[in-house]
Design a protein around this ligand. Structure first.
Ligand SMILES: *Cc1c(COP(=O)(O)O)cnc(C)c1O
Length: 365
């Protein structure tokens, strides 16, 4: 017998999943069989509906972690002569820029501070100065700090100047309401193990059909060719190119049903906001302040200033909390002296209250 989870994950992916999602993995599937392909098709249409995509859009699933899907979009939509403007205020914006530079594609990087959002005026100025920009890429929920970037004015600019707009909505899709058509997003990227609350193994892209159709033959990567992957899934409905993560896919269908059961994205968003507010309030009582101002904050993950006491050590906090049954986000990606606690997944305000009690108990600084 494998023991049940020894601790709750307070990390923004992989995250704590429900027992029923994990149990859904407990059988094998044949990838060529109708039974399995119909699961894939159900998932594709459910994701489309969650984004309000309609006929103009199509969903493609892609093996690997979320970054593989980001990379698949970039390989597939960028041509050698193109130039992309990437807006970055954290590690995931930088990751997108890194992929582009490895591809040898021209890059204009708007490199912002972690507590700063891109100003639409600045972006418009860059678009005017660089008429050769063809694409704009940015992150919705920047998981580095928990910043929820307001992508709407940037997407509107992309539309106005006729640029392809790519949104890494990895850690927000399914947990923060959005409408892919208004303002228009050309490629929206997310993955199985974030707000839909599935287990890791694949990512997905919701793309405007017209734009994806025009990408035929662009990709210099075979396995990350999103166009080819799409055509395979369309021509033999629900069939993946290459081995698909069958158990993960089946668990994801269960996760989608549970999202519906909870009351959809709006209800899930409310729970996440409640988790966040419960956390911020409890931490404040312990003398620990949030890093971002409330209007910039996503309900996904919260960064806190480290206590200034010389006795404080993140490592010690991490290990003591783990012994109490909570795993917080290890490591430090932010430039500031902060630490982060995730609150998405099968996590409820009651869990956050238990966490606060645990921190109070182990407080050593
Ligand atoms: C999780 C995440 C990714 C993808 O990370 P992987 O480790 O490759 O799954 C990309 N962007 C953001 C904003 C994320 O939160």
């Amino acid at each position: 017998m494998i023991p049940d989870n020894p601790y709750l994950l307070l990390t923004p992916g992989p995250l704590s999943t429900s027992k029923t999602v994990r149990e859904a993995m407990n059988r094998d599937w044949c990838t060529w069989d109708e039974d399995y392909k119909s699961i894939v098709q159900d998932i594709r249409s459910s994701l489309l509906a969650l984004s309000n995509g309609g006929d103009e859009y199509s969903t493609v699933l892609m093996q690997g972690s979320g970054t593989f899907s980001v990379e698949a979009v970039l390989w597939t939509c960028l041509k050698p002569e193109d130039k992309i403007l990437v807006l970055s205020n954290g590690a995931y914006g930088k990751r997108m820029a890194k992929i582009v530079s490895l591809m040898g594609i021209k890059l204009e990087l708007l490199d912002l501070e972690e507590h700063e959002q891109a100003s639409p005026e600045k972006v418009e100025e860059l678009l005017k100065q660089n008429p050769d920009i063809t694409h704009i890429g940015m992150v919705h929920s920047e998981t580095t700090t928990g910043m929820l970037n307001d992508y709407a004015p940037i997407a509107e600019l992309a539309d106005k100047y006729n640029k392809c707009f790519i949104l890494d909505a990895m850690s927000s899709f399914g947990g923060v309401p959005l409408d892919i058509r208004s303002p228009k997003i050309d490629f929206l990227i997310s993955s199985a193990n974030k707000c839909i609350q599935g287990v890791p193994g694949f990512g997905f892209i919701i793309a405007r059909r017209e734009v994806l159709q025009a990408c035929k033959g662009n990709s210099k990567s075979h396995s990350l060719d999103l166009y080819d992957q799409w055509k395979a899934m369309e021509n033999d409905p629900g069939k993946w190119r290459f081995t698909s993560p069958t158990h993960t896919v089946r668990a994801f269908l269960q996760a989608l049903e549970e999202l519906k059961g909870e009351g959809g994205i709006t209800a899930r968003y409310k729970r996440y906001v409640n988790n966040h507010q419960t956390l911020v309030k409890g931490m404040k009582n312990l003398g620990i302040e949030a890093f971002l101002s409330e209007e910039d904050q996503s309900p996904i993950i919260t960064a806190f200033h480290e206590p200034s006491s010389p006795d404080f050590s993140f490592d010690k906090l991490y290990h003591l909390l783990k012994a109490e049954g909570f795993v917080i986000y290890p490591g430090k990606v932010s430039k500031a002296a902060t630490f982060r606690i995730g609150h998405i997944g099968h996590v409820f305000p009651e869990d956050i209250k238990r966490l606060i009690i645990a921190i109070e108990k182990i407080k050593f600084w």
